[in-house]
Design a protein. Structure first.
Length: 304
């Protein structure tokens, strides 16, 4: 029996609640296969599009007060967690498996001195004109930047995770045979001062949070399910190479050669590299190939 942390990208969960529920019916099947085999499963997920929608709804409302960003993150954890519980629970029921699923609203501790707080770079929410962006900076104190010629967006810090506040609860739930959904959207970022936790307006990369969680609960596998079947280098060129089985030393060399884009594959590569460097196994694969990836028969498999 092994312990898996399975990380699902927020962009892989659809464009609205209805689409998300349908996609999760597909995701549930390979996860239930793992459970049937007796493995322990923890599920992490992104929330980039979802928390952006929640934040935008409050910003544009004329009848409700603004909602702080950490609370928007908690809301996204709640409704995505519900959809996951529902999809996996229904699939378990269909297959006659009696298992309970817990979706935890999870706080992830970050360092308030993290350099990310001095240089917010994570875009969230909608696009605005320059004039609208200046008004949001003036009235709401937001940091706004021009984004790829498409307009201006709010940016927040993306600090590194230090600890998961609810880690002992996660361990207890696993010990008792339950399935756990946690660190949704990278977790709700909190800073700790003299034991007091305070939420901060930031977004923790969900792959970094998944890796930190996998370390803390001594997982055997970290599986990042995304939109691509494998990691590639020189993508679209004559010397394109699909990476299937790769060592951490070669992967470190490829990072040094700038093969991976900072805004897309690089965070996944760094997270999986960090976990595999501890003698564990990391996998990057597509949602469609999840069943095979769990058996080390698909995706990019990273080992020390």
């Amino acid at each position: 029996m092994s312990r898996y942390v399975v990380s699902l990208g927020g962009n892989a969960l659809g464009n609205d609640a209805t689409e998300q529920k349908e996609l999760l019916k597909i995701v549930a099947k390979p996860i239930v296969e793992l459970i049937k085999q007796g493995h322990e499963v923890v599920i992490a997920h992104g929330n980039g599009p979802q928390v952006g929608m929640i934040n935008l709804a409050f910003n544009e409302s004329t009848s409700t007060p603004l909602m702080p960003f950490p609370e928007c993150g908690a809301m996204s954890q709640g409704y995505i967690g519900f959809h996951m519980q529902n999809a996996i629970g229904n699939e378990l029921h269909k297959q006659g498996i009696q298992k309970s699923i817990a979706a935890l609203v999870t706080q992830v501790i970050v360092d308030e001195q993290d350099e990310a707080f001095k240089n917010p770079r994570k875009p969230i929410g909608s696009f605005y004109t320059k004039e609208e962006a200046l008004e949001q900076t003036k009235t709401l104190g937001y940091t706004m930047i021009e984004d790829s010629g498409r307009g201006y967006r709010r940016v927040v810090p993306s600090p590194m995770p230090i600890d998961v506040k609810e880690k002992e609860m996660i361990k207890s739930l696993l010990h008792d045979g339950h399935i756990v959904i946690t660190v949704g959207g990278g977790g709700i970022p909190v800073v700790e001062n003299n034991g007091i936790l305070t939420g901060v307006a930031a977004v923790i990369d969900k792959d970094n949070a998944s890796e930190k969680l996998a370390e803390l609960i001594d997982a055997d596998f970290l599986v990042i399910l995304t939109a691509v079947d494998n990691v590639y280098i020189n993508f679209g060129k004559e010397n394109q190479e699909k990476l299937t089985n790769i060592t951490t030393s070669r992967l470190e060399g490829l990072i040094q050669e700038n093969h991976f884009a900072p805004g897309s594959m690089l965070p996944k590569i760094k997270a999986t590299l960090k976990f595999a460097s501890k003698g564990k196994i990391s996998i990057i694969a597509s949602l469609n190939n999840a069943k095979e990836a769990f058996k080390l028969e698909a995706g990019t498999i990273i080992t020390k």
